[in-house]
Ligand binder design. Structure first.
Ligand code: SAM
Length: 212
């Protein structure tokens, strides 16, 4: 989701109280950005933030952090927060490649990855957010019994993600190739912007929940 470069978005982000600034130098202090000290769950590549905002609304007992690489996209989430301020949600603008610079070992309770960019060329496989290279980074920051939830409508990307699990030391607790028609897994499902768009044209949604 690359929106047109919106002029001034970097300045708005730099001034926003909803954004954890200079996050790579805040390791160990991330918890202090919330009113309450409670478990942290993060979404990587949150886009305009619909999913994580709804999660934060429904779960005031959890602190959420939405991570997004592009300023022009993050700006949309900030604008929504200005309309509906949530004390248990903060944002970070960064490339998730550097995620181990932000969170302490085992600090994160749960990681969500929704409709990540497929990077279809083989030579770009390392950039895919469910790749074994990224799983290694998540392994560092996720607590011992923490899980990762991943959703996508892209079957090739999902098959790749499932293949990455064993060599990286992860196991699947749940795998579905049609989330919206699974009466158990679908219950309480919060749709992301992309999920809404692709399921509305009939694409089945794949999802896994993994642990190690
Ligand atoms: N999760 C949202 C959804 O399901 O509607 C957005 C999906 S969009 C296809 C993927 C988002 O991930 C984009 O906003 C993109 O900028 C962001 N993204 C991709 N790679 C990233 C990375 N390495 N670090 C942080 N964000 C990333």
């Amino acid at each position: 989701m690359r929106l047109r470069n919106i002029s001034g978005s970097r300045e708005i982000i730099a001034d926003s109280k909803y954004v954890i600034q200079d996050a790579e130098n805040q390791k160990g202090k991330i918890r202090t950005y919330f009113e309450k000290d409670q478990p942290i769950q993060i979404e990587i590549g949150m886009g305009k933030g619909r999913f994580i905002m709804q999660m934060a609304e429904e779960h005031p007992e959890i602190n959420f952090i939405g991570i997004e690489k592009y300023s022009s996209v993050l700006l949309r989430a900030i604008q929504k927060m200005e309309q509906n301020e949530l004390p248990n949600l903060r944002f970070i603008r960064m490339d998730a490649e550097d995620i181990t610079e932000v969170f302490e070992k085992g600090e994160v309770d749960k990681i969500f990855i929704n409709f990540s960019d497929p990077w279809p060329k083989d030579r770009h496989a390392k950039r895919r957010l469910p790749s074994k290279e990224f799983l290694k980074r998540y392994d560092e920051i996720l607590k011992k019994d923490g899980v990762i939830e991943f959703k996508t409508d892209n079957r090739d990307l999902f098959d790749f993600a499932v293949e990455q699990l064993e060599p990286a030391g992860w196991k699947a607790e749940v795998i579905t190739y049609d989330l919206h028609h699974d009466p158990v897994l679908c219950e309480g499902n919060i749709m992301t912007e992309y999920e809404e768009k692709f399921s509305s044209i009939g694409n089945p949604i794949c999802k896994y929940v993994i642990y190690r």
